[in-house]
Design a protein around this ligand. Structure first.
Ligand SMILES: NC(=O)c1ccc[n+]([C@@H]2O[C@H](COP(=O)([O-])OP(=O)(O)OC[C@H]3O[C@@H](n4cnc5c(N)ncnc54)[C@H](OP(=O)(O)O)[C@@H]3O)[C@@H](O)[C@H]2O)c1
Length: 231
């Protein structure tokens, strides 16, 4: 990989992450893409084949501290222009704080809130100073201001991600641009077939927003059309 800007997409083997990989590739970027089971990441493998030398697929389960600790070191000396921590889960089917077991709550909170921040702390030093962007795929459901009830556990996990990402931004003293993104309600395994937005449209919008925000050094909560969302 040489000369092209580089985007790291975490949770890239399907859904929105795969869409964002496809969109960055179409715009001439090189990609580091992560999957929990790289050997089964067939869509990424075929993108790597059609874009020789431009897609590197790396193993990463964000919930495995040993993998997270070693991940940034495994990137080599190159700097990332964009790091998008996109992976997430919906949580238990019942969606209810009253019904959830401690194990269900733990798995959801670790995956959607704690693990992304732990990983991001390792990545910060690898993001290009000045123009680099660190982004999290959150959800409008993480907005406390817009919370009208329902999906309470998932909402809480994304609200926690938003709070932790604001804290990280504070720690970094504005040294890079930090984005909290809502991809829209998207037709993926998580969003379901009745969702309003295609993966391609969501990914195109997210990449537009990320590129628009390069160099701004602020932390904002934006949807895939670039509209600001109330915290
Ligand atoms: N779809 C929507 O309507 C919607 C709306 C708002 C926000 N979002 C957010 O957008 C992001 C992507 O959603 P999606 O719809 O594309 O979901 P998806 O189709 O279910 O894909 C989720 C991705 O996250 C990965 N992942 C889950 N746990 C992981 C872990 N511990 N470590 C590493 N990767 C992990 C999955 O890997 P495996 O294949 O190995 O499971 C998969 O690549 C999520 O953060 C989600 O909360 C989605």
């Amino acid at each position: 990989m040489a000369n092209h800007p580089i985007a790291l997409i975490v949770g890239a083997n399907r859904g929105i992450g795969l869409g964002v990989v496809t969109e960055f590739l179409a715009r001439g970027w090189d990609i580091v893409a992560t999957a929990r089971r790289p050997a089964e990441a067939h869509a990424l493998a075929s993108l790597a084949q059609t874009h020789p030398g431009r897609v590197e697929v790396k193993l990463l389960d964000m919930n495995e501290p040993a993998q997270v600790d070693g991940f940034a070191g495994g990137l080599g000396p190159r700097l990332l222009d964009v790091a998008l921590v996109n992976a997430g889960v919906a949580g238990p089917e019942h969606r209810s704080a009253s019904q959830a077991t401690a194990q269900e709550i733990g798995a959801l909170m670790v995956t959607n809130a704690i693990a992304p921040i732990r990983l991001a702390r390792h990545l910060v030093a690898r993001i290009r100073p000045g123009t680099g962007v660190l982004a999290f795929t959150s959800s409008v459901m993480g907005s406390v201001a817009l919370n009208a009830g329902g999906h309470e556990l998932y909402r809480a996990s994304k609200a926690a991600l938003n709070s932790l990402s604001r804290g990280l931004y504070g720690e970094l003293g504005g040294q890079l641009t930090l984005l909290t993104l809502h991809p829209g309600w998207v037709r993926t395994d998580m969003g379901g077939s009745g969702a309003a937005v295609s993966v391609a449209d969501s990914a195109r919008g997210m990449v537009d927003v990320i590129l628009r925000e390069q160099g701004r050094h602020h932390h904002v909560f934006l949807d895939y059309t670039g509209k600001e969302i109330a915290w």
